[in-house]
Design a protein around this ligand. Structure first.
Ligand code: ZN
Length: 165
């Protein structure tokens, strides 16, 4: 009886977490991300990124966020965000080039953002960066889609070629 219950729980847990893939990235008081690449397997339907500020400095001195855009949009989105201020986490409100982003956090704080991988196209380069003024040249990295199996590759290609609404 205990076996059945445990089995059912494990099954439910697997269904509930589906293909949401957790990723963690650390940001530091010396203006760095500790990871310069984040890998996303193509089986992931969603990604949940946790930004952890490992430092001690407050958000108004050394605050960091995590912003995902196409690599070609990084500089323009960072520049647009500079004028948006800390209250907007240095992101221009409504900036459609931002695929996903956390708010700005200070030392010891976390921020989480979840986004769908359906909007990521194969063959396109994606980067993340911190949009606090002056940080993006130091704080950036690549988000890489990893083909883990042929079936998920095929599914992704289908999505990429689906007509846009
Ligand atoms: Zn930063």
């Amino acid at each position: 009886m205990k076996y059945l219950t445990l089995g059912a729980l494990l099954f439910l847990a697997r269904v509930a977490t589906a293909d949401v893939c957790p990723l963690t990235i650390n940001a530091t008081d010396d203006m760095r991300f500790e990871q310069d690449t984040l890998q996303v397997e193509t089986r992931c339907t969603d990604v949940e990124v946790t930004l952890h500020h490992t430092g001690r400095l407050p958000a108004n001195i050394m605050g960091h966020n995590w912003v995902l855009t196409k690599t070609g949009d990084v500089a323009a989105v960072a520049n647009a965000g500079m004028g948006a201020g800390l209250a907007n986490s240095f992101q221009r409100p409504g900036d459609a080039r931002i695929i996903a982003a956390t708010k700005i956090v200070g030392g010891g704080e976390n921020a989480v953002v979840k986004f769908s991988t359906a909007q990521l196209e194969r063959g396109v380069s994606y980067s993340y960066f911190c949009s606090a003024p002056g940080h993006f040249s130091m704080m950036k990295g690549r988000l890489v889609l990893n083909a883990a199996s042929t079936s998920s590759v095929a599914r992704n290609v289908d999505r990429a070629e689906a007509p846009k609404p």
